[in-house]
Design a protein around this ligand. Sequence first.
Ligand code: SER
Length: 335
Amino acid sequence: MKRILVTGAAGQIGSELVPILREIYGNENVVAAGHNTRLPADLMESGPYTTVNVADYFELDREIKWNDIGRIYHLSSILSAKGEQNPELAYAVNIGGLKNVLDVAKGNDIEQVLIPSSIAAFGPETPKENTPNDTVQKPRTMYGISKVFQELLGQYYFEKYDLDVRGVRFPGIISWKTEPTAGTTDYAVAIFYEAIRNGHYTSYLKAGTRLPMMYMPDAVKALIDLGRADSDRLKHRTDFNVAAFSFTPSELADIIRERLPEFTIDYRIDPIRQAIADSWPRSLNDSAAREEWGWKPDWDLEMMADDMLEKLSKKLAGRKVAKPQVYSPISRKGV
Ligand code: SER
């Protein structure tokens, strides 16, 4: 087989997707590509890796040819909060880089390109509850604008050039391996780190800010399953809502407190990230993904919280902590 290239392999999703793709397709067949950030050691040890700046067309084209690439998971992107600090960079990477990836794919007979979109592709005029797949978008962040562009350009390349571009709109992704730091939904990961390290978290979003979220194993499953889906069944291609659960910072704090009774939370609002969160959906309708390729999440909120605390406690064990907390899993309610 031709090999798979994963851009953004050092990132939150890439660092977890690469090992699973290597398990499925063989270590030698999955090339992890980073840029500016060092790849995690396990990715460099278990298979091929490289550096590529997606904003550089010729560098990307050379890497695709040298590595005999036949499929691309394009994950490199500047997320919402960092994009508002540096809109020029977000434009260059998310819009320029995306155009390069699609053009290089078209020029090298790439059989499939998978690219995650985001709830950031929606905006303040979008219906907030059970947000339909096809609705008003009009995002107000550079990241969100780039995601709408990506959805539309991917669809365009499919219709005009027969390039098989596919994508899901992810909610906030929660995971323990690589901590995200450039987005708006990152509080839902940071809260677990701080709960274990210090027993306290200061939230930059208001207590009642509800956002849709998903645990990483489901995010990885969504990308892999969409890639394998029967093309003839797909009416959408690049813009599938996928959902798992929604919560607010105060609800997540309650769930953590059930497991770490000493845990406390307070709030110091970051107006930029609060405004971004207020412009996004509170919950997503993912019936198109369910109907067209059988999407269904495996993880609910309580299971995710148990697993996060268990895995993160192990990861952080032995590291310097201000006030260590001991976590012992409790049984799931109703199970
Ligand atoms: N998690 C992303 C962010 O917060 C949304 O796609 O920017």
